[in-house]
Design a protein around this ligand. Structure first.
Ligand code: MEV
Length: 425
């Protein structure tokens, strides 16, 4: 069987129904799954079972990013996001990266960190020694709670102690449980393990335990994506490829040294990451928390990416960040649209999903900093944004595009002008 290609030229120009048919063929979606994408998504009754005080549901556009070639395999990527330019930008960047052979990615085992806070420890050194002497016993205890994960090969991997002799409330011993959660995001598994472990830790240390909760700085659960783009692919009118590569490397260097720029640079990365995390029913706040804390791991907040010119004069890019996503449990299995999104992705494991998301983040970042360092982002972005401006001014489906086109032609993309156009002025 020939491999499916994620190159879908002209996809963006098709009517929704034709796009849906293409994706349904690509991913083998049945009628029910297609209906989920066109309005039969999360129903109020299901939402009512997920959270409290439900009134209804909140919709976001769901689009498909094309052109992704990751470790030699084609993927099309479902992304839920409200911001124009994200899908166009990431698909364009994935096409450039494809020209250099696509992404190479890897992920660590899905090891989460859970923390137990211990206070009033009478003898810190003795407590640390007692935990070290009982490490295996503690890991066995931690494995008692989630037999499913343990039977699948997951479970406790290590116990690490971190003393904080000087805190506002006195000395504190923090005990880390490292726990492989397999294909689950694993918050519940690790929190349950921590709660069962805490009394044993208290007894061993002679202290008192307080918090028992996972850490979102999931730095034992990292995903990495890399790519190399031939310099000539980066040329734009008036800027030859090698020069464009240099401008992109300079943009990255700016975000490595300056946290004001790093915040925006990393926000652009999350423009790609969050929509996939959301579409797959994962916890995007956890991913955001992990990403930004990891970005500050060296004591100052910096870019999550590396872009530099390699020895051949081509542009090399890489990203590594925590990626605590799952594909079993939680909304990934309950939310009908997330289930369809997972089917479209066709991933087989949580680490595979993590790698795809890292690749999307890298591509999204490239789209942003390439535009910023060459033509600027406003030209392309505002043309796409014009449709939202026309809608905000009250344009109906039948005239949104015409009003948007006129705003672009006039180079005056604002709601007041859109209102004037609607009024026939
Ligand atoms: C806008 O949503 C994201 C950018 O600001 C990212 C960046 O500046 O790199 C364009």
């Amino acid at each position: 069987m020939t491999q499916k290609s994620s190159r879908l030229p002209g996809f963006y120009k098709l009517p929704i129904a034709e796009r849906l048919k293409m994706v349904a063929d690509w991913a083998g979606l049945d009628e029910t799954e297609q209906a989920v994408l066109t309005g039969r998504g999360l129903q109020a009754g299901q939402a009512n079972m997920m959270i409290e005080n439900v009134l209804g549901t909140f919709e976001l556009p769901l689009g498909i990013a094309c052109n992704f070639l990751i470790n030699g395999r084609d993927y099309i990527i479902p992304m839920a996001v409200e911001e124009p330019s994200v899908l166009a930008g990431v698909s364009y960047a994935a096409k450039l990266i494809r020209a250099g052979g696509g992404f190479q990615t890897e992920a660590s085992d899905p090891v989460m960190i859970g923390q137990i806070q211990v206070l009033d420890v009478p003898d810190m050194d003795a407590a640390i020694a007692a935990i070290a002497a009982n490490k295996q016993k503690l890991m066995d205890l931690a494995n008692c709670c989630d037999r499913v994960i343990v039977d699948l090969g997951g479970g406790a991997r290590d116990i690490v102690v971190r003393p904080f002799p000087d805190t506002p409330v006195g000395p504190m011993l923090i005990v880390h449980l490292q726990f492989d959660t397999r294909d689950a995001m694993g918050a519940n598994a690790i929190n349950t393990a921590l709660e069962s472990l805490a009394p044993h830790i208290a007894k061993l240390t002679g202290g008192r335990t307080n918090l028992r909760i996972l850490s979102n700085l999931a730095d034992q659960r990292l995903a990495t994506a890399r790519c190399t783009i031939p310099a000539d692919q980066l040329a734009v009118p008036g800027i030859e490829g090698r020069a464009a590569a240099q401008l992109i490397a300079e943009a990255n260097a700016f975000a490595l040294v300056d946290p004001y720029r790093a915040a925006t640079h990393n926000k652009g990365i999350m423009n790609g990451i969050d929509p996939v995390v959301i579409a797959t029913g994962n916890d995007w706040r956890a991913i955001e928390a992990g990403a930004h804390t990891y970005a500050a791991r060296n004591g100052h907040y910096a870019a999550l990416t590396d872009w530099h010119i390699d020895e051949n004069g081509d542009l090399f890019g890489a990203i590594t960040l925590p990626m605590a996503v799952g594909m079993v449990g939680g909304a990934t299995k309950v939310h009908p649209t997330a289930r369809v999104a997972m089917k479209i992705l066709g991933v087989k494991s949580a680490p595979e999903l993590a790698q795809i998301i890292a690749a999307v983040g890298l591509a999204q970042n490239l789209a942003a900093i390439k535009a910023l360092s060459t033509v600027g982002i406003q030209k392309g972005h505002m043309a796409l944004h014009a449709r939202q401006v026309a809608m905000a001014a009250g344009a109906a489906n039948s005239n949104i595009q015409a009003i948007a086109n006129q705003l672009v032609t006039e180079k005056n993309i604002n709601v007041n002008r859109a209102k004037e156009l609607l009024a026939g002025n």
